[in-house]
Design a protein. Sequence first.
Length: 242
Amino acid sequence: MRCGLIARKVGMMRLLTADGGHIPVTVLEVDQCHVIATRTMERDGYIALQLGAGLAKVKNTTKAQRGHFAAARIVPKRKLAEFRVSSSCLLERGVELSVKHFLPGQFVDVVGTTIGKGFAGVMKRYHFGGLEASHGVSVAHRSHGSTGQRQDPGRVFKNKRMAGHMGDQRVTTMNLRVMKTDEKRGLILLKGAVPGAAGGWVLVRDAVKRKPPEGRPLPAGVQDANVAVMRAPVRAPVAQEE
């Protein structure tokens, strides 16, 4: 089991096919994703890799965090995440991972935080139909109606669908196909939508419900020292042919 990558959602675009069709894709940017620490069975009780991506201001990091990054000889990172791996896929601290970690055509799972919608009613939150437009209904057309029974059981059941906070939840979208990777710009193009807003951080890993592709880099796709990655801010590019 390999580790994944920490990426930043840039936005969405489309890829044009040879027959004139188009494929909606989400653009993810991998910004200096390094291995920060390792977790071993002897020391920690489990095997995992801690990755970091992006750049954080030194003044905004605590003294303990600075020492943690200094041990790996890495500048402070904005986003940290752990990936469970097998013992054969452990990497040394300081190794930089590349977008070639994933192959075009393979399937991946993406973990992200959905866009927060605030306090929402049942019609928006759970797609309720609402009450009648007539027959005595007044100023309650978008309400949820009754929430329970009478004296027995005399309470509202748990998990009753009612108005409340919507969005801002950790969600995993499974089986997204990798359409294209750009190692020079550090971009991954995934077919379909990815949870979260533009500019948010997501975790990309091999799909757990799909067979791993043949020829995938093991233990991981490491950044080539001869490739100079563009560090300028990336915007969603224009449509291109597949």
